[in-house]
Write a protein that binds this ligand. Sequence first.
Ligand code: TMP
Ligand code: ASP
Length: 234
Amino acid sequence: MRVLYEGKAKVLYEIEGEPDKCLVHFKDTATAFDATKKAQIEGKGVINNTLSSLLFRLLEEKGIRTHFIRQVSDREMLVWRAKRYELEVVVRNITAGSLCKRLGLKEGQKLKRPLVELFYKRDDLHDPLVCKEHVLLLGLASRGEVNSMVAIAKRVNRVLKSFFKDRGLLLVDFKLEFGLLPDGTLAVIDEISPDTCRLWDIKTGEKLDKDRFRFDLGDLMEGYREVLRRLQGG
Ligand code: TMP
Ligand code: ASP
């Protein structure tokens, strides 16, 4: 199979005779801080594929379009081939990460309402925060498209927040990517996993997401396995 694109955590393959679809392969690589920190973590790809598949299925059930078609193996999902926007859409419920750094806030404060932030997906610029006017000037998306992405991101937040809460997890923040499907629909693409969400145990506040790797807080796989266990209801 021909590689369409290789990122830090996934490889995208073309499928012969199926120009509208592609295969996402989840690798075991973990990176942080523009890949200045890097490790191979055995089994991470399998968990992220399983969790992403489960969460994309949930969004589809709730009427939110995604690129997901089905999980085809432990490391692979079949998806619609999408034209990706060079944007990262972050939704925050609780202060953490770059928000705290940028604005001098204490971690763990509940925000009055969900905050949606846009980042320009450019590794060489360290994915800078941009506002809607920047997005329009750079031609990254139209006004209508940005407005739809923000609205969809807020809907995704409502669905995920309540799903995680029922399983004892606090959805602190998460990142979404968007693309246009072959039929022209705006859809959530990429992955939704503990690599792209901050998830804390509701009772203890223990961090179960990629911050364990970013800040050496403990075994990454232990956290991811706990998330998987809770989402699969085991
Ligand atoms: P941040 O606080 O570092 O801006 O991260 C916000 C959310 O986005 C957090 O849940 C982690 C996720 N994220 C990614 O998925 N990819 C990235 O490259 C970064 C920096 C954050
Ligand atoms: N994955 C990103 C990188 O490697 C950053 C992160 O998730 O912290 O740069």
